[in-house]
Design a protein. Sequence first.
Length: 291
Amino acid sequence: MSQPSALITTEQLASILGHPNLRLYDCTTYNEPVPPGSNVPYRAVPGDKTFAAGHIPGADFLDLQGEFSDTSAQQFFMMPEVAQLEAAFGRHGLDAKKTIVLYSIGAMMWATRFWWMLRSLGVDAQVLDGGFDKWKDEGRAVETGAPKGYPATVFEAAPRAGFFVDKTFVKARIGDPSTVIVNALGPQFHGGLEPSRYGRPGRVPGSVNVPAATLTNADKTLTTLADAEAKFTALGVTRDKNVILYCGGGISATVDLLMLTQLGYDKLMLYDASMGEWARDAALPIETDER
């Protein structure tokens, strides 16, 4: 049922570090605050400076909002055309024949976002459980300086349909008994009881709340499969349902997606634009808790 290969431990990574087939990538981005009234929810800043200050030896750096997103889109981090991704991943020496390991600093969601993107392109990667924080806390080797990169390769995608969906698809599934829509944001935003940086406070009507933060331990590793399963099934997220995940910008929801994939769920979709789009579109319904 489970697919443990989507995660790799620090011990497992340490044992293959330096292997010629390993392709290791720091995927970190930072969402920095913007002035009140700004028309964007945050400023997306690549983690190249923290990469230079310290990274796992041999790693390359991937700039999500730069090379790997549709920068013409209104929302941050939107999935670009396949050709753009093939070129970008190829430049970074990544292809399906390699052992691909992704990690990030702080939240694992930046690595899980790349994992989901690659999965949608037919390429399976592994995410470092606990990320760079756990690696460093264990006193493992750290390298500094700019990325040296890997030799360029030809990345050939084999796209899998249905991994990303849009607002029209989501709206049409509201109230559909065969579908469950899951919000990965915190409960205060799900309830709509606090102002939202994305626009109107609230959630997609009928959606349930499994915050990505509740699937992560204090040491930034992911919770157990049993705990994750209990959290999802308690809210009606079962394997027979079509499951649509969303959050603020299609990033933290990929933590939920990784856990669900590990649990053997296979009818999974990501609403890519998430609340960054939904909350700002007055034509779309929104729901809040009663005050």
